[in-house]
Write a protein that binds this ligand. Structure first.
Ligand code: PEP
Ligand code: MG
Length: 529
């Protein structure tokens, strides 16, 4: 094993990978979505000017009828009143995307409600320019790295993970990081080998590196013996039956544990047959989108939810509203806070930005016309947050119905991940169902951050407190006659499965890569579907 540098960290249990190192540059600090109004003005101006230029190019090459439509769109883009309305929104603290959507909203509604058919038709032209400018605002995606390489860095942004194509293999070795962080959850969901907390070291890009996600070992310049040892170890592990079952029939008979999957993007489930599970137990919508402009894009969100509904083929799709802030600072939300984990995040942020919440609500109500969508509220602390969100969904449903747009009214449930909510569960009559988010519940119970390796042991040692609280919470939910499941990482940990079942949990949602193992364990316990 001469010449090989060996570093020990913690693994994510997803096998091993070997490849050329890609050494990441230190990330730039993210641009705050509401940080600088002058930057937002500038971004919007540039996006509008770019859209005008694109339409002018189209106009030059089109027939007179189409040119009329384009001319109208250009006129609207240059309309000083719309510009002023958007500027006013930015002045109030909105980012460019939401300011733009808010400025156009009244116009679009006015056109849609007109008695005159020609004017009504103009609504579609306005929606078109709204979305054109949103696309222009999407910004520059993070620089990708070569497929099949081993990403090496201090930490890794979830957006970078999501933008990368992992189908050609590769792995991740992080100097810091934590196995409970979001990027670790994403890697586990896709089965990408990862080691965290390996400490700082120096390696040139393109150097061969081996990452063993099972043991947390990272080897720089691995030799044949290193690779052979891992391959042999992988073969020796118990073979788990492939997750494939005939679609159609319900998977779980009465009394069995329902088994669902946690999903962060269509790539997580592309190779999974929906018949192998009971549906999607948690769709992390904040990872479906990649920019603040997407948060304002109802059409794009609607299409993404429809894709999930289509995959699920009649099974429930539990969609969590954007859980932004904290360790998920997309669009800059949460960036300026002194303690973002305890700040304006999850449902608190959404209710403070009703424009964003209303857009997501409309996309969900529309997608619910095509399948069983259930809506899950993140980071709920008090009952009024559920009541306010439900009211907002009802208002948006009424608005869509008035516009003759097909909708479904989803069940509205909540994550149980804030200790105050778990302890006071009986006060949440307005919630239709509950889902235990043990990643955050554990972090707030143990006062140990989920993304800090130095306190990861405390996080783990708080498991008995967590299990006791879960048992109490499940009993209260049962008394209320409301379904309660678990979608936090604890659900996929073999050592805790029997305690969860003993406490009355009958619905479990895990990463797709853990489905086969959990299914086997449930079958062994006589609780399988
Ligand atoms: C949780 O907190 O347990 C959870 C499922 O949500 P997330 O990991 O996305 O915060
Ligand atoms: Mg959470």
């Amino acid at each position: 094993m001469s010449g090989a540098l060996r570093l020990q960290g913690q693994g994510n249990g997803c096998g091993h990978a070997t490849g050329p190192a890609h050494v990441a540059e230190e990330p730039l600090s993210p641009h705050g979505g509401r940080a600088s109004p002058s930057l937002e003005f500038e971004n919007l101006d540039r996006a509008i000017a770019g859209s005008v230029a694109a339409l002018e190019t189209l106009m030059a090459a089109t027939d007179p009828d189409s040119a009329d439509i384009l001319e109208f769109q250009i006129e609207m883009l240059r309309d000083p009143v719309i510009g002023e309305m958007a500027a006013e929104q930015i002045g109030k603290g909105q980012n460019a995307a939401f300011a733009w959507v808010a400025a156009l909203e009244e116009y679009i509604a006015g056109f849609e409600q007109s008695e005159d058919e020609d004017i009504r038709a103009r609504a579609a032209d306005m929606i078109d320019i709204r979305d054109r400018v949103l696309r222009a605002l999407e910004g520059i995606p993070a620089a990708d790295f070569p497929a099949g390489s081993i990403f090496i860095g201090r930490d890794m942004a979830p957006s970078l993970f999501l933008a990368h194509d992992w189908t050609d293999g590769g792995g991740i070795a992080l100097e810091a990081g934590s196995t409970a962080s979001h990027v670790a959850l994403l890697a586990r969901a896709r089965g990408v080998p990862m080691a965290v907390g390996i400490g700082s070291f120096s390696v040139e890009s393109a150097t061969p590196v081996l990452v063993d996600g099972d043991s947390g070992l990272v080897v720089v310049h691995p030799n044949n013996a290193d690779i052979a040892a891992l391959t042999a170890a992988a073969k020796a592990t118990v073979e788990i039956a492939p997750v494939f079952e005939p679609a159609g029939a319900p998977r779980s008979p009465a009394g069995a544990v329902e088994l669902l999957v946690n999903v962060s993007g269509i790539a997580d489930i592309r190779s999974l047959d929906a018949g192998a599970c009971d549906g999607i137990g948690l769709l992390r919508t904040e990872f479906l989108i990649s920019s603040a402009a997407d948060l304002a894009n109802e059409e794009k969100q609607f299409q993404l939810y429809c894709e999930m509904v289509k995959w699920a083929a009649g099974r429930p799709v539990t969609v969590r509203l954007f859980d932004l802030g904290g360790d998920k600072p997309l669009g800059g939300f949460g960036v300026g806070e002194r303690n973002p984990f305890l700040g304006l995040r999850g449902i608190r942020l959404l209710l403070s930005m009703p424009v964003m919440l209303r857009i997501q609500a409309r996309a969900l109500l529309r997608a619910a016309a095509f399948g069983t969508i259930k809506v899950l509220l993140p980071m709920v602390t008090v009952a009024s947050e559920v009541e306010d969100t439900r009211r907002l969904f009802e208002e948006e449903a009424a608005g869509l119905a008035q516009r003759h747009i097909a909708i479904g009214m989803p069940a509205i449930g909540m994550m149980v991940e804030v200790p105050a909510a778990a302890i006071m569960l009986d006060t949440f009559e307005q919630a239709d169902f509950f889902s235990l988010g043990t990643n955050d519940l554990a972090q707030y119970l143990s006062a140990a951050a989920r993304d800090n390796l130095q306190v990861a042991d405390l996080h783990r040692q708080a498991a008995p407190a967590l299990l006791r609280l879960i048992a109490q919470t499940v009993a209260v939910a049962q008394g209320m006659g409301k379904p309660i499941g678990i979608c936090g990482d604890l659900a996929g940990q073999p050592e805790h499965l029997s305690s969860l079942i003993a406490s009355g949990i009958r619905q479990i949602s895990v990463a797709p890569s853990q489905l086969a193992a959990v299914k086997t364990m449930l079958a062994q316990a006589g609780m399988g579907g």
